[in-house]
Design a binder for this molecule. Structure first.
Ligand code: SF4
Ligand code: SF4
Ligand code: SF4
Length: 379
């Protein structure tokens, strides 16, 4: 089997096809410290793409509460348990097997198949906390990480560099677009065998019993082609997301928002990188949660990422970029921060948005002389 480079694991891995990176790679960064589980993203996707017959249980975007939530039920626990030990070396190399390396001889990918019941509870475990049971006097909140904790995990398809869904499809109906790295299922070629549903460890390929084909997040490619960010990103109430294009570390650009957060500052990490697919959704981990849990989910660089995130209060460039998140519908190809203002530029290098890094405050007089009224919202 060919060997391909997986920078997230700091080593080469086995994959059924030769390495062929797209010209650009679609990616989203999420700041998990800001998500409020309002599910606006879920509904934005649902009302745009999956309101048809057979799609009732399809949540191409979902938001689950960790540690107890998961859609479909316990998707991550079940594949991690099957994979076995997942050790990392001190220099960040993954020493365990990936899903493709651990596959039995008759299969292409180590997998599990959710049952119909597993797809029936999209919000199971919502707001259930993990950690120590004591709530005495608020002590569970007194330090970071909290003794009792939970966090919200919004998820879409990761448009993986090495997609398990694509590797497993016997019809070669799944392809990765060269122009933006979006992974799509050709609905004409798909015969609904469901191999992709079983193989995707993130369970982001879903079977439609009405059309008898599999379907998945399309990365909102019609918008992306026009330079617009996906529906789940532009509708995010918490402004926790930014979509753009990520380069591999050896081509990273400091003025590219996604490269900056992932490669330059190294505060955003891929989730479950040990599965070996080089997923392209990245998370700024939550400060409040148990470190061992986060290490399992985001790999060995979690502690460093959290430390650097804490230090952002003395980093005006990173602060400016975080202020740009959610400030424009357009894809920000380049950003700069100057004199307390952060500016985003589109793919033609035209300015699309400028925001202040520190919100300006205007205090109005209590008495409006022109209208001769006293304003109740001023001191
Ligand atoms: S819209 Fe944003 S804040 Fe709300 S649940 Fe989705 S990701 Fe979280
Ligand atoms: S997340 Fe799953 S469905 Fe999406 S590209 Fe990766 S393997 Fe395929
Ligand atoms: S990128 Fe588009 S299709 Fe994919 S989850 Fe978000 S809204 Fe849905």
């Amino acid at each position: 089997m060919p060997k391909v480079k997986n920078w997230q694991l700091a080593r080469d891995i086995e994959y059924p096809y030769d390495e062929s990176r797209p010209k650009k790679q679609w990616a989203i960064v999420f700041d998990l410290n800001k998500c409020i589980a309002c599910q606006t993203c879920t509904l934005a996707c649902k009302t745009t793409w999956t309101s048809g017959k057979g799609q009732e249980y399809m949540f191409w975007n979902n938001v689950e509460t960790k540690p107890w939530g998961g859609y479909p039920l316990a998707w991550d626990l079940r594949i991690l348990e099957k994979l076995g030990r997942q050790d990392w070396s001190a220099n960040g190399e993954y020493l365990g097997k990936t899903l493709i390396e651990a596959a039995p001889p008759t299969e292409r990918v180590l997998h599990f198949a959710p049952t119909d019941e597993d797809w029936m509870y999209p919000n199971v475990g919502e707001d259930d906390s993990g950690g120590l049971p004591s709530l005495d006097g608020g002590a569970h909140m007194a330090s970071l990480p909290h003794d009792q904790w939970f966090f919200y995990l919004p998820r879409t398809c990761a448009h993986c560099t090495y997609p398990a869904c694509l590797a497993a499809c016997p019809r070669k109906a799944i392809y990765k677009r060269e122009e933006d790295g979006v992974v799509l299922i050709d609905q004409e070629r798909c015969k609904g065998y469901g191999e992709c549903v079983r193989a995707c460890p993130y369970k982001k390929s879903m079977y439609n019993p009405y059309t008898r084909t599999s379907e998945k997040c399309i990365g909102c490619y019609p918008a992306v082609e026009e330079g617009i960010q996906p529906q789940c990103v532009v509708n995010c109430i918490g402004k926790i997301r930014v979509m753009g294009f990520i380069n591999p570390p050896w081509k990273a650009r400091k003025d590219n928002p996604v490269d900056y957060l992932v490669h330059e500052k190294q505060i955003a990490l891929p989730y479950y990188p040990q599965l070996g697919l080089e997923p392209n959704i990245y998370y700024i981990p939550p400060l409040n949660a148990d470190r061992e849990y986060l290490k399992q989910m985001f790999g060995p660089n979690v502690e460093g990422a959290l430390q650097r995130y804490r230090e952002l209060s003395s980093d005006p460039v990173a602060q400016g970029l975080l202020c740009l998140m959610g400030s424009s519908d357009k894809i920000i190809n380049r950003f700069e921060v100057k004199e307390g203002r952060a500016t985003g530029f589109d793919r033609d290098d035209k300015e699309i948005v400028t925001v202040p890094v520190t919100e300006e405050i205007f205090v109005r007089d209590a008495f409006d002389e022109k209208l001769e009224v006293v304003r109740h919202n001023t001191p």
